[in-house]
Design a protein around this ligand. Structure first.
Ligand code: FAQ
Length: 311
């Protein structure tokens, strides 16, 4: 009966065990996971563009090879996450269509342009740093395939974070012009990185239910706080200033106080009006159209093979 199925699901969640693809789950749980995992997969795929912009302009062969490996990892994360979403009964083709028709979201952060080489280091440091703070708890997500995907992805993200930080350290040990470039880039990326964690808890319609289901383990504001506390000593070690006049240690809370992100900017970027939204989607749409012949050839090959095995 439906009650028995619901009770079984509730008991699995209460015991902090995993829901697997063949288990019964409430429709809303399935829909929430599809939304979050698809958004996450799209972010990895769109996230290749801002960095891809610098592949041919990296300052040395070594930096280019590292960046190329990182961008390829992101493609891998996207594929991995689409595969996790497919276990919920959707297919990748359908999700890709929704992305290029702007019917599904991807992270706000990838709608900002990469204007200098320092942006590549800062993306590793702050954007991957924020991604890790958000994703480590997702390794304990109640949905098995998503939780398992997150384990490998987090390992690779920590490598990405370190390569970014190391590249910034090299620049900070360089010339005044390089140091200025790192500071200027930090100024541009700091607030958008804080927005990656999503709206403030009071304005986050999904958090409460997602936490009850064990999909999310912390609220958006809790993770944002964790990220700020993590970044302050890293900024000090680098020698850059975080662009927030309200940022200071609060002894009582044993955490940093910090200023409010510009939520009107966040809403604009999420609804398609950020500096690079159009360009990102157009690029993705063109790449999808250019790849049509590959999908067609793969389909023809698969059909031929199955015809041969049937004969
Ligand atoms: N951008 O009720 P909530 C990476 C949407 S890291 C755009 O709080 P929720 C690695 C939200 O979907 C980036 N939309 O929602 C990398 C919801 O939409 P709805 C990807 C946002 O889901 C690094 C609405 O606002 N990481 O790619 C954003 O409980 C470097 C209301 O929000 C993930 O996706 C945003 N920032 O919490 C790659 C992590 N925030 O319902 C390349 C997994 C919220 O209106 C280079 N996702 N929205 O359609 C999550 O943890 C959650 O989905 C949150 C949002 C925390 C992002």
């Amino acid at each position: 009966t439906p009650e028995r199925l619901q009770a079984g699901f509730d008991a699995t969640i209460a015991a902090d065990q995993r829901i697997e693809p063949r288990d019964w789950m409430p429709d809303a749980y399935r829909r929430t996971l599809i939304r979050q995992i698809a958004q996450h997969a799209h972010s990895e795929i769109i996230g290749m563009q801002p960095e891809g912009n610098w592949l041919l302009r990296a300052p040395s062969l070594r930096r280019r090879a590292i960046l190329l490996a990182k961008v390829q990892d992101e493609a891998g994360h996207g594929m991995y996450l689409y595969a996790a979403a497919e276990t919920l009964g959707v297919d990748r083709e359908e999700l890709t269509e929704k992305l290029i028709d702007a019917k599904q979201k991807y992270s706000s952060i990838f709608n900002y342009p990469t204007l200098s080489w320092a942006d590549i280091g800062v993306i590793g440091w702050l954007v991957d740093g924020a991604a890790i703070a958000n994703q480590v708890p997702l390794c304990r997500c109640s949905y098995g395939p998503y939780a398992r995907a997150m384990i490998r992805i987090c390992k690779e993200e920590s490598f990405h974070q370190r390569q970014g930080y190391e590249s910034l350290l090299a620049m900070m040990n360089g010339t005044d012009a390089q140091r200025e470039m790192v500071q200027e880039s930090t100024n541009r990326w700091w607030w958008p990185s804080l927005m990656m964690f999503g709206p403030a808890d009071g304005d986050s319609p999904n958090t409460h239910r997602s936490m009850a289901w064990g999909i999310k383990r912390h609220t958006n504001d809790e993770l944002r706080q964790r990220f700020v506390d993590m970044s302050v000593p890293q900024a000090a070690a680098l020698g850059v200033t975080l662009p927030d006049p309200d940022l200071r240690w609060n002894d009582e809370r044993q955490a940093h106080d910090f200023g409010e992100p510009d939520w009107s900017e966040f809403r604009a970027v999420v609804s398609g009006a950020g500096p690079a939204n159009r360009q990102r989607l157009e690029h993705r749409r063109r790449a999808h159209e250019d790849g049509a012949w590959v999908r067609e050839a793969a389909r023809a090959y698969a059909d031929k093979r199955s015809a041969r095995t049937e004969a």
